[in-house]
Design a binder for this molecule. Sequence first.
Ligand code: GCB
Length: 596
Amino acid sequence: MIAIRKSRIICYTICALSMYAHARAEMAMQHIEGRNITSLNGGWDVIIDPTNNGDWRKVWIEPVVQNDHQFFEYSFDGGPVLRVPGDFNSQRCELTYYESTVWYRRRFELRPETGSRYFLYFGAVNYLARVYLNEEEIGVHEGGFTPFQFEITNRVHEGMNTVVVRVNNRRREDGVPAEGYDWLNYGGITRDVYLVVTPETYIEDYFIQLRKDSFNEVDGWIRLNGERKNQRIVLTIPETGQKFSFKTDGDGRARIHFNWDFELWSPENPKRYDLIIESETDMIHDRIGFRTVGVEGFRVLLNGKPVFLKAVNIHEENPFTGSRAATAADNRVLLDWAKELGCNMVRLAHYPHNEAMVRMAEEMGLMVWSEIPVYQHINFKNPKTVKTMNHMLREMITRDKNRCGVIIWSVSNETYASPERDQAHIGMVNICREMDPARLVSAAISNQSYRDNTFEVWDPMVCHLDIISVNEYIGWYVPWQGHPSDINWVMVCDKPLFISEFGGEAHYGSNHGPKHRAASWSEEYLAQIYRDQMMMFDATPNLCGISPWLLVDYRSTARLHPVYQSGWNRKGLLSDQGEKKKAWFIVQDYFRRADK
Ligand code: GCB
């Protein structure tokens, strides 16, 4: 009898558990640095859990020994401590290539006040995050490069509170990116964590940019979150002495619409304005620039004038430390190099980089190409994967839509054509246009053929995009089929052409074997690829810009040559120590010429 009852209880429990869905994280509020925040960065206690034992041991529950016979086979106390923000791979040698679970714990003290709301904000956690507060699960987030938050107003208590995060960076067949990619899979709480305090009704989000094709008409919106939906909003631009007033509707939304002759943002004059948005219950400061971007024939126009996109590809990695770029100093190293090269744009590959990087690029006069990690081996047949990529795209646009520096949203890199792929892409392009009609949309494509010196771009997807972005490795993965100046381009539709990737590998200072062989890994071989490419660019009529792959050598588990690569992709114009390869100077010269 007792046995029957027990099995029933077990059955009910299992059934209840299988019905239990994890709560999904909320989309993060706009401009986190402008909020009332307390940093939870610093040392977090961790449990390294390669085989996920922490799940059934319930390590989020603080173990308390009750009697002489009891013990627990886990503890955060006395274990390793990892730095947040930061990837775990570069912090302990046993984690160098680790792709599994690490549990993080951090405590914070609080005296909650009535009338305030509390949020836990994560800049990014790669890849899956499950978050617990005070021994209860509060929700999950999927995706390694976008921010998310949880409201914890009703869960925090006076005194000490404990956050535990289960971080898992295992590659997933249904993930975005999927299982195969050419960069190091840095796991961990890689970006800032904040405790955020807001008023009961707070300014959740806003979009303040110029209307498409306009030089002076701001068209956007502001959204409140909270009980007091109907409020007066005042937008002040102290520098111009302007004040604009709006009213939110029953959904807490106000349309922002006004005209003003702003000094427009451009690489030569990266002008931004201090802006104060004030509701009756909240206030936030931001720095926003205004510019317009569009396409006319084969040209990209910035503020109505043709601009040649002098870009470089960048991974979010500090080569000196071999770790995910996580600090302002890391961002500065990369962007200073891009400026020195002569760039007016950076392609932040292959995922949204940290928000401070995008802001810094804008401040330095660098236009930004921003991308989600819909990369090569993505499984478009799986509706769950498509849902994940759409959500990531929304998170990216939500975060950076007020950054005038961002001129292109890229929805993917080198995906393989199929009906499901096409459908998913059209869906993503529509999301971009709905959320943000004032920017260009593209995707780096590689569905093309190169025969008899004719380069044919046949991927029908490009016709849905504003510019055609092609990754081509002529001279490296594909040998030249004729003289570079005699190249013949065949395009599936007429649009400006951006070469989003090209290049080859060289080991800095390498001088082994004959220079005409790729297997020499020599700088001279790479320099020749660049000379040939430049010749080809000069003969490409609809070219609107180029972006070499890439700024600096970077870590990748896909690069196995023990002498020349040793776990590094060597396509950098700079070595991992920042030394300039010969190809660097060829690009620098080309960018100088492009200005004339
Ligand atoms: C590509 C990819 C980039 C790779 C690069 C390479 O086409 O877009 O992520 O790392 O080639 O080095 O082969």
